[in-house]
Write a protein that binds this ligand. Structure first.
Ligand code: ATP
Ligand code: MG
Length: 645
């Protein structure tokens, strides 16, 4: 049997806009040819007999039917066989300057041991396993161990409450939970094991809890149910056969961030997801064989799944696992890690960039960051000011910035510039990735063919990385993504396609501001506010307005140390800023200075909460369990807010 051992050799090289356009055209005109070529970057036990099996009338899609493969084999074994000593994982620990480097050989052995442990506790192909763990190597081992034996992992961000965890354990029907005694996040310690105890209290469903020991702290162990992970791993061999999975067998369930409401259990399958994660990782990050890929995302989010674990490891790339917070002990930490590990790519979120930028440029002075080639951003629109800081200050104008638009449901990047290829436009995610056919629709469902239009961002056809269903609720899947515009996948986001055909994501359509009949995206107004020197971050929401229909209410966070003579004067300056940047139509009607914005645990602004507060509807705030800092609610609810002026 022959397996691809040099995945990079099978990814296309894109060196110019002509290369991009040629390949993009081929990906739409001859999708079977394009996508069967791309599958060669993976090692298949049986090659697929068809590429895509998509029923355009329904929402059921299958990719690479007939193929059999294993995600762990692709991410670990084939590299362990050919380059066992290469570093697979650099673990950047919470303590400054502390690193652990794990080779592909060691990764394979640890994963196999953990896979044998799971089997010994009865985990079989198709079973769901909940991973509620800190950013430690054991979490990566656990994901890959599940994949190896065909179990479906459900990683739950280790910052969620017991109640949120319980809900996710029940929804996915997990009988086994992996956790740690505690997690270290900056100066804080999080008692994970206690939280798990509360979450599974009285649940007969969960028969086994495996506990990694991150620190020396003692935790109560429930006899018969709880086991220390190191002790049980010690009892097992470091070999474990892989389960050859059908291409459409589930790989993982991952709950969305909950920015818009109740989280959805997004299900991804094996073949298509891996092809797409590996291809986007190689092309969007201009991947080269000796790269060190540093993505700061937590594994509790899709960015961690696709661009810390699966994309990089399937490509045989050294990947960095970040345990700490970007500003611990101070705002120079990320840059120092970049130097220490010699990172060639950095992938982070606008929320982190905005806070590091607000801390001041002095924090950039302790590092050179000369190894960086690609600077990427995802999760929210990146405002042009943060984009320019990333490009000019962090990358010293030498590294390419890529603003990648995508979702938990899309598996991988959907819209993005390609580094050193696509002309840069601060604030725009620019062009669709290969195989992604975008459509912009008006609210009546008409496709807007021309450039220079705004509307609802949809995708016309299936791509291999797309989610297949919401776990246990295919109807909700259909209704959430395919009902609004029948036959099209609806992202829920609004966009502007400019005269050059470049995409600017303007925010969620639920948040769109319809002021006197003009549609304004939240991103536009927020970017304009952020351009002001006093402002670290801003969020705007619509409020009822007697004349305009909708008025704009702005929440602003000031930069540290900013002083102003009077709030009225500051408001005047901000209004002037917005008028100048966008036009009088976008002038906010109300302002409020707050110490911080409410965000999901993945760092996204929760505008639905701000809108309710601005409208005085504080009785029913909806699902607030995904809020990162619940204590902020006291401040937000404290002051009565004046309505539109
Ligand atoms: P939920 O679906 O539960 O509300 P969520 O949508 O925040 O949660 P994710 O799947 O993590 O969960 O986030 C995807 C969303 O993030 C996109 O729909 C979009 O609103 C936003 N987003 C991601 N990347 C970008 C980007 N580069 N530019 C603009 N928006 C982005
Ligand atoms: Mg979403």
């Amino acid at each position: 049997m022959k397996f691809a051992d040099e995945p990079l050799a099978y990814h296309p090289k894109v060196r110019s806009m002509e290369d991009y356009e040629t390949l993009y055209r081929q990906s739409l005109e001859e999708p079977e040819v394009f996508w069967s070529e791309r599958a060669r970057a993976l090692s298949w036990f049986y090659p697929p007999h068809s590429t895509m099996d998509v029923d355009p009338e329904s929402t059921d899609v299958a990719w690479y039917s007939g193929g059999r493969l294993n995600a762990c084999f692709n991410a670990v074994d084939r590299h362990a066989a050919h380059r066992p000593n290469k570093i697979a994982l650099v673990w950047a620990k919470n303590e400054p300057g502390a690193y652990e480097r794990i080779s592909f050989r060691k990764l394979k052995h640890e994963v196999c041991r953990l896979a044998n442990v799971l089997k010994s506790f009865g985990v079989r192909k198709g079973d769901r396993v909940c991973l509620y763990m800190p950013m430690i190597p054991e979490l990566v081992y656990a994901m890959l161990a599940c994949a190896r034996i065909g179990a479906v992992h459900s990683v739950v961000f280790a910052g969620f409450s017991a109640e949120s965890l319980r809900e996710r354990i029940l929804d996915a029907g997990c009988e086994v939970v992996l956790t740690a005694n505690e997690a270290l996040r900056g100066a804080k310690r999080i008692p994970l094991k206690h939280i798990v105890d509360d979450a599974v209290e009285g649940l007969s469903l969960v028969h086994t809890v495996l506990v990694a020991r991150r620190t020396d702290v003692q935790v109560p162990m429930h006899a018969g149910r709880d086991h220390f992970l190191d002790e049980v791993m010690d009892k097992h061999r470091s070999t474990c056969p892989v389960e050859w999975m059908a291409a459409e067998d589930p790989l993982f369930i991952l709950y969305t961030s909950g920015s818009t409401g109740k989280p959805k259990g997004v299900l991804h399958t094996t073949g298509g997801y891996l092809v797409y994660a590996a291809l986007t990782h190689a092309v969007v990050f201009d991947l080269r064989p000796d790269d060190v890929h540093f993505c700061t995302a937590d594994l509790g989010w899709i960015t961690g799944h696709s661009y810390v674990v699966y994309g990089p490891l399937v490509n045989g790339t050294t990947t960095v696992l970040l345990e700490t917070l970007p500003n611990y002990p101070d705002a120079s930490r990320i840059w120092e890690i970049v130097d220490d590990v010699k990172a060639t790519q950095l992938y982070t979120a606008p929320t982190a960039l905005r806070s590091l930028m607000a801390a001041g440029d002095a924090y950039l002075e302790t590092s050179s960051r000369d190894t960086l080639r690609v600077l990427a951003s995802a999760g929210e629109p990146i405002n042009p000011e943060a984009w320019r800081w990333y490009h000019d200050q962090v990358g010293k104008g030498r590294a390419a910035v890529v603003d990648t638009f995508w979702q938990t449901e899309t598996g991988g990047v959907l819209v993005t510039p390609l580094p050193f290829v696509t002309p840069a436009k601060p604030g725009s995610a620019t062009k669709p990735f290969f195989g992604v056919e975008l459509a912009v629709l008006d609210d009546q469902g008409h496709i807007l063919d021309k450039d220079g239009v705004s509307g609802n961002l949809c995708v016309k056809r299936s791509w291999p990385g797309q989610a297949r269903t919401l776990y246990g609720d295919h109807r909700r899947f259909r209704e959430t993504y395919y009902a609004r515009f029948p036959g099209l996948y609806f992202t829920g986001d609004g966009c502007l396609r400019d005269e050059d055909g470049d995409i600017w994501v303007t925010g969620r359509v639920d948040d769109v501001l319809n002021v006197s009949g003009h549609r304004l995206g939240t991103a536009e107004v927020e970017s304009a506010l952020s351009e002001h020197d006093a402002i670290a971050e801003a969020a705007v929401v619509g409020i009822p307005h007697a004349i305009k229909g909708t008025g704009i209410f702005a929440y602003v966070v000031l930069r540290p140390g900013v002083s102003y003579r009077s709030e009225i004067e500051l408001q005047g300056a901000l209004k002037e800023q917005v008028r100048h940047a966008i036009g009088p139509i976008a002038t906010p009607d109300g302002f409020r200075i707050v110490s911080a914005l409410p965000k999901t645990r993945s760092g996204k602004i929760m505008r639905r909460i701000l809108r309710k507060i601005a409208c005085g509807e504080t009785e029913n705030l909806g699902d607030t369990t995904t809020l990162a800092d619940p204590t902020l609610m006291d401040e937000l609810l404290e002051k009565p807010v004046e309505g539109a002026a």
